[in-house]
Design a protein around this ligand. Structure first.
Ligand code: HEM
Ligand code: HEM
Length: 218
């Protein structure tokens, strides 16, 4: 058995920063701390856009095309497992669902209002019907995202009982393998992803984020 790098540094940072960001978004909404909610929202937007770009130019295991599997392959992967490194066939459906749910949550948030003081940055550009609809979507879609997170963590625990240490791999980047091609390098250096993320973050925080950020820092 040898060690094999399966997740590059950006994918791992993306995952754990996303977990922290979503927890912050949930708690800040519950506590009515909308400045923090907005700043965490713009952070998540920069993170997800970078992940989608990295899904085109990044490592083999980060590629969005690697997420496409037939439903039959997904069913088979439950029974016999997956042989290739990266997300399995069933897990890929989960990842696609996450990307869509988080994107819907972000876009609807930009057009959501609390009906009192705070408007998402796109509220002023769209009709009141759209704002009403987006606010409804923002509340309801979060429930779906919440169920997806519960399902995701349950699946990871089930895989652990079946002997797969997925969390360890998402922390260290490495997995154990006895495949002959184990010294083949499939991950790319993540620096370009971090540069793209930093640029997006600076743009978002100095435009839409400037006001809530100034409030938080004052
Ligand atoms: C807010 C909660 C969470 C969200 C939104 C989330 C989302 C995601 C996403 C989008 C991926 C795909 C990563 C990528 O390719 O970019 C992923 C993978 C993964 N997540 Fe989470 N996650 C959450 C919580 C957790 C927690 C708490 C754990 C640990 C118990 C965990 C363990 C993993 C593991 C091990 C993978 C890799 C699965 C594989 O090998 O295919 N996640 N998660
Ligand atoms: C993945 C990202 C996001 C998550 C997980 C999230 C989550 C939430 C949750 C759970 C609520 C409370 C819903 C309820 O009370 O039922 C909420 C409300 C809200 N969110 Fe977000 N949000 C996200 C992004 C954003 C963004 C980017 C913006 C705007 C910049 C935004 C603006 C708002 C506003 C204005 C409210 C209404 C608060 C109220 O009704 O009092 N959200 N969000």
């Amino acid at each position: 058995m040898g060690k094999f790098k399966v997740w590059d540094g950006f994918i791992r940072s993306f995952h754990w920063l996303l977990v922290i960001a979503i927890a912050t978004l949930y708690l800040s909404a519950e506590e009515g701390m909308l400045e923090l909610h907005f700043v965490a929202g713009f952070f998540t937007l920069a993170l997800l856009i970078t992940r989608l770009i990295w899904g085109v130019i990044g490592s083999k295991t980060a590629k969005l095309t690697a997420l496409i599997h037939s439903p039959l392959a997904a069913l088979k992967s439950f029974k016999v497992g997956d042989s290739k490194p990266g997300h399995g066939a069933a897990g890929s459906y989960m990842v696609i669902a996450f990307f869509i749910l988080i994107l819907v949550q972000l876009i609807s948030g930009l057009m959501t209002t609390d009906d009192i003081l705070t408007d998402g940055p796109l509220v002023q550009y769209v009709s009141s019907n759209i704002v009403e609809w987006a606010s409804w979507v923002h509340h309801r879609n979060f429930d779906l995202l919440f169920y997806a997170i519960i399902l995701h963590i349950t699946a990871i625990i089930i895989y652990r009982f079946r002997g797969k240490k997925l969390v360890k791999a998402m922390i260290t980047g490495n997995t154990q393998t006895n495949q002959p091609h184990s010294n083949e390098k499939i991950t790319k250096a993540p620096w370009l992803a971090f540069v793209i993320f930093a640029v997006l973050l600076i743009v978002l925080m100095t435009t839409w984020g400037a006001e809530p950020l100034a409030y938080l820092l004052s």
